[in-house]
Design a protein around this ligand. Structure first.
Ligand code: SF4
Ligand code: SF4
Length: 358
């Protein structure tokens, strides 16, 4: 790998909040024929690199569409990954001449942002939502483009938690280090060690920290530290002042790292977005979050009288909220408490049977 590519991978991995784009257009994998699948993804550098790892042994096409260098999930929820991202690439890539079918396979987590009817109207191509994770694509292709429930659900394993924790919090830590450099160089090394140590601990142990929401988990950790400060003071251990200062620094870092502890996960609603919107910040750079913040405290409601049991909501819900009851031929909104208000089902329901209601 060239040095420039290594640098881009490093930047994309550790500074996830900063968009890093690649050139949109068609990529060819293996020896595709007229029936080969056509995948679509966002033009975030890291997304394309990771997807490439799983497509390199397939015979297929990949359309990389412009999303301002933002990953699929954030781009779709922030209006950066829409039908208007896909249409020009389909029209200019000559993909019509390369295959006989007219099916685009989109990442499932793009469902919230894509107007599939508009894509069909403008290009003649149908959209189908593939697996959430690129690693499931080989199995998905082998099974004739069929998804299992495992492929539909978001997961949050240890390795993903560390990956996201480092990707989001490193940017914040760098800002803290710049401030420290100006005001108190004495604590530079401690902030580096504590900062990255806390990222590993907080994200690695996130599901096990007591508290239903991210901010409650942060409160729990802060209380632990206050108890630590009082204990060290009470026990009058040697170097108490130094240790106390370290604990105070840790308290500040925990607040910074955990500022959107829920929003960083694919499993919870962001608690931070609504505050930004309330104080008038609708977007940061290319990342828009105003729209999704309005519905963050909503509940999903299914109007049975409008439901045609098409199964789309079941297919694209990343949290398994819906269940099709075969005997009654009825779609149930079975686990509404699991909903993370991603709006995917609301956007894709063909009859308007689903709404997010406060
Ligand atoms: S997507 Fe809409 S119409 Fe289709 S099953 Fe779900 S609620 Fe019913
Ligand atoms: S039920 Fe909730 S989590 Fe599932 S697709 Fe709809 S909005 Fe997203």
């Amino acid at each position: 790998m060239k040095f420039k590519e290594i640098l881009r991978t490093f930047f994309g991995t550790f500074f996830r909040l900063m968009p890093l784009s690649v050139e949109p257009g068609v990529r060819i994998f293996g020896n595709p024929n007229k029936n080969s699948p056509v995948f679509v993804t966002a033009n975030f550098d890291l997304t394309v690199k990771r997807l490439t790892q799983y497509l390199k042994n397939q015979d297929c096409y990949l359309l990389v569409v412009p999303t301002n260098g933002i990953n699929v999930w954030c781009a779709a929820r922030g209006s950066n990954f829409t039908a208007h991202s896909i249409i020009p690439v389909v029209k200019t890539s000559n993909i019509d001449e390369k295959v006989e079918h007219r099916i685009l396979i989109l990442p499932q987590l793009s469902a919230a942002g894509i107007d599939v009817k508009l894509v069909k109207k403008e290009t003649g191509w149908d959209c189908k939502f593939g697996p959430v994770y690129a690693q499931d694509i080989p199995e998905y292709v082998n099974d004739g483009l069929k998804k299992t429930d495992k492929m539909r659900r978001v997961r949050w394993p240890f390795i993903d938690r560390i990956d996201v924790g480092l990707g989001i919090s490193t940017t914040f830590l760098i800002f803290v280090l710049i401030i420290i450099e100006f005001f108190s160089k004495d604590w530079f090394a401690e902030v580096i060690l504590l900062g990255w140590g806390l990222i590993f601990l907080m994200y690695g142990l996130q599901p096990f920290i007591p508290g239903k929401s991210g901010w409650r988990k942060i409160l729990f950790l802060e209380i632990l530290i206050v108890i630590g400060v009082i204990s060290f003071n009470f026990l009058a251990i040697n170097q108490t002042k130094y240790i106390q200062n370290l604990l105070f620094i840790a308290m500040g870092l925990i607040l910074i790292i955990g500022i959107d502890f829920d929003g960083a996960t694919p499993l919870q609603k962001s608690q931070f977005d609504p505050i930004l919107v309330k104080i008038g910040i609708q977007k940061l750079g290319n990342i828009k979050f105003g729209g999704r913040s309005k519905i963050v405290n909503s509940t999903i409601v299914l109007d049975q009288s409008k439901c045609t049991k098409c199964g789309m909501c079941y297919d694209i819900c990343p949290k398994g909220v819906f269940e099709m009851v075969e005997e009654h031929k009825k779609m149930l909104n079975k686990y509404p408490g699991n909903c993370v208000t991603c709006e995917a089902c609301v956007s894709q329901c063909p009859t308007g049977a689903l709404t997010l209601t406060v």
